[in-house]
Design a protein around this ligand. Structure first.
Ligand code: GSH
Length: 242
């Protein structure tokens, strides 16, 4: 029975797991859990992930949630996965765990705080929370600076590697969430971090063509959101002229 991946491509950890399965040619079935429609709260899904979050996997009788744990499980359970994704060397492996743990309370907190409170929440009918968005942006900027000066200090990929690991997959999918911002804001935030910008490009290339395939839904949503933002800012400008 093929591995089942429960995911929503609008979710960055879901994309990381899907991308990883695709790059490694893993036979899997993608099951969409539409979080905007609250499908994570059904009793059937609760039996798979009682935390009501995506992604989650079912491999035979084994169920697992939390994207980092899933990436590690897939790396170890499927023999076709190339060793650079999750090297057996204890020092390299521990460094990968270090960056993955850091990600949860830094980079992810920053992107979620900024993007959810400024764009995704209001689009889904929640009030915009400018103060929370500003706080998110501060955490994000600090995290990008650490990404640039610590995690990307010694190599093309994270923790001094010449080839990508599961950490590159996880973190790059997170940074892609900034595509939901206006182009101007995305560039303002990312452009000071030259190594980060280059690393995004290198990771995209290393995971082509699956990177664009998995992010297709995000790019479509981005287009709609940016058109809507442009219309709304046009209306505001018009109002201020009247
Ligand atoms: N630490 C978790 C984060 C999972 C998570 O927060 N997923 C979000 C989407 S990005 C979700 O399912 N949200 C639905 C909800 O909170 O109701 C992981 O890495 O898997």
């Amino acid at each position: 029975m093929a591995l089942k991946v429960y995911a929503d491509r609008m979710s960055q950890p879901s994309r990381a797991v899907l991308l990883f399965c695709k790059i490694n040619g893993i036979d899997f079935e993608e099951i969409r859990i539409d979080i905007l429609k609250n499908k994570q709260y059904t009793p059937e899904y609760k039996a798979i992930n009682p935390m009501y979050k995506v992604p989650a996997i079912v491999d035979g009788r084994f169920k697992l949630f939390e994207s980092h744990a899933i990436l590690i499980y897939i790396s170890c359970a499927f023999p076709g996965v190339a060793s650079h994704w999750y090297p057996s060397d204890l020092f390299k492996r521990s460094k990968i765990h270090s960056v993955l743990d850091w990600h949860h309370s830094n980079l992810r907190r920053g992107t979620v705080g900024l993007v959810f409170n400024s764009v995704l929440g209001p689009l889904n009918g929640l009030p915009s929370k400018p103060e929370a968005a500003i706080e998110g942006e501060k955490i994000l900027m600090k995290s990008l600076s650490k990404l640039e000066t610590v995690w990307l200090k010694d190599g093309r990929f994270l923790v001094g590697s010449s080839q990508p690991s599961i950490a590159d997959i996880s973190l790059v999918c997170e940074v892609m969430q900034l595509e939901f911002l206006s182009e101007k804001d995305r560039d303002r935030i990312l452009s000071p971090y030259k190594k980060v910008v280059q690393w995004i490009e290198d990771t995209k290339k290393a995971t082509a063509p699956y990177f664009d395939e998995v992010h297709g839904v995000l790019f479509k949503a981005q287009k709609r959101i940016r058109e809507r933002m442009a219309t709304e800012s046009g209306k505001t400008e018009l109002k201020s002229k009247l």
